[in-house]
Design a protein around this ligand. Structure first.
Ligand SMILES: Nc1ncnc2c1ncn2[C@@H]1O[C@H](COP(=O)(O)OP(=O)(O)O)[C@@H](O)[C@H]1O
Ligand SMILES: O=C(CO)[C@H](O)[C@H](O)COP(=O)(O)O
Length: 558
């Protein structure tokens, strides 16, 4: 009898990673990352000359299938001595809400020649922010409902979630809305491509599509009051038939097995979300620990015994992360993306030369220079809203701000200020949970950033004034997906059992440095004042600027 293995595939913003996990030792025995050929499409439809408006972010669904096939095939090549017969399950996780319109057989509308040139037929990526108008209107209508679902979503639905995105399609391209037999999360769509059958999962339904374990979806009357054409959306184009996380969605088709080198019939787990699958992989299976999944954006996951309403959180869903607990989600729409933007746009040629001479990336060079500085030494304080604010303000129209610039400000000082700003944003989220009765005793970090930038992690420990542990698995979400794959394949009775056996943290932890804690505490008070002034209506200048940038003139309301 050979060993048992499970495959996890994490579909991130830019790439998909496949890992093969040994279910005895918990080790990742092989992995492979495949970038999406078309990446994030935010300027023009590839090769079609169709320009996109601001705030759009699309993807090509064919990239997901290609990335899955190549990542798994290459991973298997590296897994010497492992037979496909020893692989018991496959789990996948995806960014969310990343959604697409498809025909009844799963064909994406953007793959049909007649719709190829229409941006609304493509995948809307999680960070597509052009449905803010629909989100605002939805929040207004939901705010007037009796027994509204809004408190379960922190008081506001984000433009990143499913219903605003679908409504934007209906408003701007009714022909695409009519032609779509189904609207589906990319997570469920890829499971469909693997198993040959359409399934839906409770995680994305709960966090992104307003579904509640006891109450189901909001009533038809709610959808009708948004727009009469949406009245039967759930029955006509979504589904009430949902699989709980950890269950088996189906088995790998012969066609997919041939393409990847896997065995047909392997159990495929119900789809899941990147942030949520990371919890068991990082050992977060009980209340009290806040998980930070830190990459392009940061997602937070926290468990509780009760359903509490926390302003500005993304959502609370019973059994949404770990069965038996209420799973809370919050997050920041841009973190690594801010550093990427700065490295791309804000670094002078001399720094590029220096980085090249030293064999460092620009991030590494800036980290080296910035870590020599004391907390507060840059004289800068920033608001980290370069991609809007997901938690706790839930407003995609907010923008970034940097205060304290002078003629002697250096690039590394600005780089450090952006990192500090994202840490202050995390502190706002953590404090909001604590103030609303959800304790945070420990922090665990995963995602790409904790492995890439040690200075950043120390700043987080200092700003949050908590010890920060780091998950040992570099590809934490993929490992979490492999755990769900193993549960679906029958290797474990539950995801908690899989986590207890396989989750690992790094032995070293980041401890708060008390001198920095004091300085950052003072700066955080100022961050909160700026946050509330610009984010809670004290000064709407960011919205005015955004409206002018969109070419819509000065709005009457501002
Ligand atoms: N040394 C670094 N320090 C800080 N950020 C970095 C560094 N290197 C890369 N990044 C940022 O990491 C982000 C990617 O994070 P990662 O977790 O790998 O991907 P994803 O979020 O897509 O899963 C990018 O936004 C990039 O700007
Ligand atoms: O909202 C999400 C999860 O609920 C997104 O999936 C997430 O923010 C994107 O993740 P990443 O930054 O790792 O690409």
């Amino acid at each position: 009898m050979g060993r048992n293995y499970s495959i996890g595939v994490d579909f991130g913003t830019e790439s998909a990673r496949a890992v093969l996990v040994d279910l005895e030792s918990g080790e990742v025995v092989a992995s492979h990352v495949k970038n999406y050929p078309h990446g994030v499409i935010d300027e023009e439809l590839p090769g079609l000359g169709v320009k996109l408006d601001k705030d759009w972010a699309l993807q090509n669904p064919s990239d997901y299938v290609e990335a899955f096939v190549i990542a798994v095939k290459e991973m298997l090549k590296k897994a010497e001595g492992v037979s496909p017969d020893e692989i018991v399950g496959i789990g996948i996780d995806f960014t969310s809400c990343t959604m697409l319109p498809v025909k009844r057989d799963g064909t994406p509308l953007c793959n049909l020649p007649s719709f190829r040139k229409h941006p609304h037929s493509w995948v809307k990526l999680w960070k597509h922010h052009a449905a803010q108008k629909e989100a605002d209107r939805l929040n207004e209508v939901a705010g007037r409902m009796e027994d509204s679902f809004l408190p379960r979503y922190g008081g506001k639905i984000s433009s990143e979630w499913l219903i605003p995105k679908i409504w934007q399609i209906l408003n701007e391209a009714p022909e695409i809305y009519d032609e779509a037999d189904r609207f589906i999360e990319a997570a469920d769509w890829i499971v469909w491509q693997l198993t040959g059958r359409e399934t839906r999962n409770t995680c994305t339904a709960g966090y992104k599509a307003l579904w509640h374990k006891q109450k189901g979806f909001p009533d038809r009357s709610f959808f009708r009051s948004l727009d009469p054409r949406l009245e039967n959306l759930v029955d006509e184009k979504l589904s009430r038939d949902l699989l709980p996380i950890g269950s088996k969605a189906g088995e790998l088709t012969r066609e997919m097995a041939e393409k990847t080198g896997l065995r047909p019939g392997i159990a495929v787990a119900a789809a899941n979300v990147d942030a949520h699958v990371s919890a068991p992989a990082a050992g977060v299976v009980r209340p009290g620990t806040m998980l930070m999944i830190m990459g392009t954006s940061t997602c937070n996951i926290l468990l509780g015994d009760e359903e509490k309403w926390v302003p500005g959180m993304c959502g609370v869903v019973e059994d949404g992360v770990i069965p038996g607990y209420y799973g809370y989600e919050a997050g920041q729409s841009a973190v690594g993306d801010i550093f990427a933007w700065f490295v791309k746009n804000g670094v002078p040629p001399a720094y590029h030369r220096e980085a090249q001479e030293k064999g460092l990336s620009l991030h590494e060079l800036l980290e080296q220079k910035a870590e020599r500085m004391e907390a507060g030494e840059s004289g800068l304080l920033a608001l980290d809203w370069l991609n809007g604010n997901r938690s706790v303000l839930v407003d995609a129209d907010l923008t970034g701000l940097i205060l304290g610039l002078s003629l002697d400000t250096k690039p590394e000082e600005i780089y450090r200020a952006w990192i500090e700003a994202t840490a202050f944003g995390q502190r706002m989220i953590m404090d909001t949970f604590i103030e609303n009765g959800i304790p945070v005793d420990r922090l665990v970090a995963c995602g790409g950033l904790p492995y890439k930038n040690q200075m950043l992690m120390q700043i987080y420990a200092d700003v949050l004034n908590r010890e920060v542990s780091v998950a040992a698995h570099l590809h934490t979400p993929a490992v979490g997906s492999a755990m769900f794959g193993a549960v679906a394949g029958g290797a474990f009775r539950s995801i908690v059992e899989a986590s207890e056996k396989l989750a690992k943290l790094k032995p070293e932890r980041f401890q708060p440095n008390q001198k920095n804690v004091q300085i950052y505490e003072r700066l955080y008070q100022e961050y909160r004042r700026l946050h509330d002034l610009f984010g809670r209506g004290g000064n709407d200048v960011m919205k005015l600027l955004k409206q002018l940038k969109r070419g819509r003139g000065v709005p009457v309301s501002l």
